[in-house]
Design a protein around this ligand. Structure first.
Ligand code: KIV
Ligand code: ZN
Length: 518
């Protein structure tokens, strides 16, 4: 049986206090409820002395969230601890979290206190907190830059006062895994009463090592990790909860520990936090980024279609994501394209797949990523059986400030090539006029609309036009990353519909006449 590592979530305290991550009262309650579903062991709900808002939200979370320990932060002084208790006393499982810095740098420049004074403040703080509540956590701020002998001394003293958890923060993200692990090991080996507490890691990500440091701490005796959803927190952030939970779940055999996190709630928690704070995560963020379960390289996609364990070390479902995605881009092959079309409900014949693939590779060259809507647009455009009487061969537009928009269009009809130019109100209007001059067909433009079928600057623009010719209405559509090309093609598409309808009508009526003559 592996040991349990307790997950102390500080999204609502260390996370929320960082720039761009603030949440109001209601938002904090919503996030706390989600953290409860995620089954974290401790929610640090805020820093009650910091503001009235923090106080009220810690109090409300303490009242509402009954299955999880609720912690409130306080500096090592009476005012802070009293205020923390005032907000926590309604909790089913309250914890007072009190801290003071222990590094000489902080003592000298920030606190202007001697080591003895700090030791005394720490002991008194734990004693007072303990008079209110059984569960007391003590943190040695800037522990990773503290003198190890002094750290051992202060840790022993607060344990003697009844601290139940001792936290060893790498406050400034300075540690590297080997050193941080060594600090934990020294405390385990040198502090005589260490077995009376849970040793805790709290790492910041200034050097991008918060998760690695937290895991090194666990490998050296820590059994609580403090972390935040999406790794939000001061400066570069805190250790990310999802990365820790999934590292432990995926590499249990190497770490020999487990957590109680309901990992299937991870994605929802991440999304909720983004929507509450507006603090977006990068696409390639481990576990919860948009690309975390997305594969684009043809070789990878092929492997994934054969067996997902070829390129995935955990299932997307295990973190609450429905499925992996094979992102279609210029590196994708026919296999992935066919599969995606099948998922979208289109079972293409080999010949259709070939045609779609040809267009797909052209679009993929222009556009970095192809979305489902793009694929449908490709099908509708390229595999429709409309006979194209007029084919767009060339066109050029000039347009700009204080210039007359002019277009030159070249169309092919059978083997003949026609070219003409026109001016208009804008480049599209000019191109439409040039087409009218070539075809000789009087067209009334009834409607024109353009929308982006996916997102991103290089998204495909889908153009719809509605035209009337001799009182009959025809629609045309086209999709292109170049909206003017799309506009010209949509217009021609509508004209081709009209020509083909006229041809069908003529053919049908001549067949009827022949039949009548017989
Ligand atoms: O980073 C830190 O040292 C902290 C403590 C207050 C726990 O957040
Ligand atoms: Zn911190």
């Amino acid at each position: 049986m592996t040991d349990r590592v307790y997950i102390f979530d500080t999204t609502l305290r260390d996370g929320e206090q960082s720039p761009g991550c603030s949440m109001n009262f209601t938002e904090k309650i919503r996030m706390a409820r989600q953290l409860e579903r995620l089954q974290v062991d401790v929610i640090e709900a805020g820093f009650p002395i910091a503001s009235e808002g923090d106080f009220e939200s810690v109090k409300e979370i303490a009242k509402q969230i009954r299955t999880v320990t609720i912690a409130g932060l306080s500096r090592a002084n009476k005012g802070d601890i009293d205020r923390a208790w005032e907000s926590l006393k309604h909790a089913a499982k309250p914890r007072i979290h009190t801290f003071i810095a222990t590094s000489d740098i902080h003592l000298k420049y920030k606190l202007k206190k001697s080591r003895e004074e700090v030791l005394d403040a720490a002991v008194k703080a734990v004693r007072l907190a303990k008079s209110y509540c059984d569960d007391v956590e003590f943190s040695c701020e800037d522990a990773s830059r503290s003198d190890i002998d002094y750290l051992c001394q202060i840790v022993e003293a607060v344990i003697a006062e009844g601290a139940t958890v001792v936290n060893i923060p790498d406050t400034v993200g300075y540690a590297i895994p080997n050193d941080y692990g060594k600090i934990m090991r020294s405390l385990v080996e040198r502090v005589p009463n260490i077995n009376k507490v849970i040793l805790s890691a709290h790492c910041h990500d200034d050097l991008g090592m918060a998760v690695a440091n937290s895991l090194a701490a666990v490998m050296n005796g820590a059994r609580q990790i403090e972390c935040t959803v999406n790794g939000i927190g001061e400066r570069a952030g805190n250790a990310s909860l999802e990365e820790i939970a999934m590292s432990i779940r995926t590499r249990t055999e190497a770490l020999n520990v487990h957590t109680n996190i309901n990992t299937e709630e991870i994605y929802k928690s991440s999304k909720l936090l983004v929507s509450l704070t507006g603090m977006h995560i990068q696409r390639n963020k481990a576990i919860v980024g948009d690309n975390a379960f997305a594969h684009e390289a043809g070789i990878h996609q092929d492997g994934m279609l054969k067996n997902s364990i070829t390129y995935e070390i955990m299932t997307p479902q295990s973190v609450g994501i429905k499925h992996s995605t094979l992102v279609l881009g210029k590196h994708s092959g026919r296999h992935a394209l066919k599969q995606r079309y099948a998922e979208l409900g289109y079972n293409l014949s080999n010949e259709e797949l070939e045609r779609a693939y040809l267009v797909f590779t052209k679009v993929a060259d222009e556009k970095k990523q192809i979305f489902d809507d793009d694929l449908v647009a490709i099908l509708q455009d390229e595999l429709s059986n409309l006979e194209e009487t007029y084919k767009l061969e060339t066109f050029q537009v000039t347009s700009g400030l204080n210039l007359v928009p002019t277009a030159t269009v070249g169309l092919k009809k059978g083997n003949e090539f026609f070219q003409d130019s026109a001016t208009g109100d804008g480049p599209v209007d000019a191109a439409y006029r040039a087409i009218e001059r070539i075809t000789g067909i009087g067209v009334e433009l009834l409607d024109y609309s353009i929308k982006s079928v996916a997102w991103g600057r290089d998204a495909i623009g889908e153009v719809f036009v509605k035209i009337a010719i001799d009182g009959y209405v025809f629609n045309g559509r086209s999709a292109s990353t170049d909206v003017i090309t799309g506009s010209v093609k949509a217009y021609l598409n509508a004209i081709n519909h009209a020509v083909s309808a006229r041809f069908r009508k003529e053919r049908d009526s001549s067949v009827r006449q022949e039949a009548q003559a017989v």
